[in-house]
Design a protein around this ligand. Structure first.
Ligand SMILES: Cc1cc2nc3c(=O)[nH]c(=O)nc-3n(C[C@H](O)[C@H](O)[C@H](O)COP(=O)(O)OP(=O)(O)OC[C@H]3O[C@@H](n4cnc5c(N)ncnc54)[C@H](O)[C@@H]3O)c2cc1C
Length: 371
């Protein structure tokens, strides 16, 4: 049977690009994404060092891309009280503008990338068909890497699309002085905000809030003045920080957790398989790691040693082994952080037993991934 491509990847964020990089050297790969590169993306831009070696195996050297190696974490309560901790493995402050573009350039060396939105995918065993806004393609296997929420998920009749999510996020780059090696997480009524430096020297402010908390204000500036600034640390930040963009980036309808894949014969990677709570700072590393797992598991199927169903079963088993417990732990931590009373109890505990903090952080992260 002749297909147009061996593998088609829907979505060119971190997971889709990484899958393209790993698979593009051995197979005929097509990656489809409607947006142009480089581009800014909603993200806290703290990248866990656990995927440093994996990236390096394909020539993406984080230490060359950014000076912001982060090994210090600070969390504050709504009243500004601080807890400081070392980050057991550490990470990098790097903008999505830079990171996605580096991966895009590397992926372009070995696979075709087209600026097209995927509208529909069909499993027509033994091949799969992808219909975009412009064309129709066939391949042996489709990988879905379309992120948190896409219209494509509706066509694929995915369960989570039936549920509304009350979370929205805001991001903006600022000129502001803070240590290169520090990431801060500040609590406010109804959400939390992260601050860290990127490779340009700009500080990224990215916060997540419930729509319930935001809807009284419906205006980002007012919300920041009235709600975020309730935390004295954020108040001090807004007093001197100078915005570097004309307006902030905003998104809504963010659904967290593991997304059911039912009997689907497609491979779901990155956020389209599941999104960990952003406070864990691990979504990007997980997205890239999940693409790596998909690439490993595809090998046997592409060489016709195992069936599609076996390949998908093996991938999902791997996925659960690496990510399920940290997703659940992330959910647990988020539940605590959005309740001021529970946050205070946790603060009291950590103040008495500071060694708990690195242990909590470890539970939301993985071990270094090797190629
Ligand atoms: C507020 C917030 C803060 C975060 N902060 C951090 C952090 O500090 N550190 C961290 O590690 N993680 C963080 N994350 C998580 C991280 O951003 C994601 O886990 C990561 O981007 C997932 O990569 P992905 O490839 O799955 O999806 P994405 O990077 O979102 O890429 C999806 C791609 O699919 C494309 N697409 C969508 N629909 C279609 C379609 N129909 N056809 C073709 N293409 C399509 C989009 O254009 C996009 O390029 C944060 C998330 C949020 C919401």
């Amino acid at each position: 049977m002749k297909y147009d491509y061996d593998i088609i990847i829907a979505g060119g964020g971190l997971s889709g690009l990484w899958a393209a990089i790993e698979l593009g050297d051995s197979y005929k790969v097509l990656l489809l994404d409607p947006s142009a590169y480089p581009r800014h993306k909603m993200c806290g831009e703290y990248l866990s060092a656990e995927i440093k070696d994996l990236l390096q195996s394909k020539g993406i050297v984080l230490d060359k891309l950014t000076d912001a190696y982060i090994n210090h974490f600070q969390i504050t309560l709504q009243n500004g009280k601080e807890i400081d901790s070392k980050l057991p493995l550490g990470g990098y402050g790097i903008s999505r503008h830079c990171l996605d573009f580096e991966l895009f350039k590397r992926a372009s060396q070995s696979c075709s990338i087209l600026k097209e939105r995927v509208k529909e995918i069909y499993d027509d065993d033994p091949f799969q068909t992808v219909i975009t806004t412009k064309n129709r393609y066939t391949c042996k296997q489709v990988i879905v890497a379309t992120g948190k929420r896409s219209q494509l998920d509706r066509q694929l009749q995915r369960d989570f699309m039936k549920r509304k999510s009350e979370w929205l996020a805001v991001k903006m780059h600022y000129k502001y002085e803070m240590p290169l090696n520090k990431v801060e997480l500040h609590n406010f009524d109804g959400g939390y905000a992260g601050l860290s430096k990127t490779e340009t020297g700009a500080v990224n402010l990215c916060y997540l809030t419930s729509y319930r908390s935001f809807k009284k204000y419906k205006d980002v500036d007012l919300f920041q003045k009235e709600v975020l600034s309730g935390n004295p640390q954020l108040k001090a930040f807004f007093k001197t920080a100078q915005p570097l963009w004309e307006k902030p980036m905003t998104i809504s309808q963010i659904s967290f957790g593991i997304k059911k894949q039912g009997g689907s014969k497609l491979l779901f990677i990155g956020d389209s398989a599941g999104l960990i709570h952003p406070l864990c700072g691990n979504g990007m590393a997980m997205a890239i790691h999940s693409a790596h797992l998909a690439a490993i598991n595809l090998e046997g199927f592409m060489q016709e040693k195992i069936t599609r169903l076996q390949m998908i079963k093996n991938y999902r088993k791997h996925w659960r082994r690496f990510f399920q417990s940290r997703m659940r732990f992330g959910q647990w931590i988020q539940n605590i952080l959005i309740h001021p009373h529970l946050t205070k109890v946790m603060y009291g505990l950590i103040a008495r037993l500071p060694s708990i903090m690195p242990r909590i952080i470890k539970k939301t992260h993985g071990k270094p991934v090797k190629y």
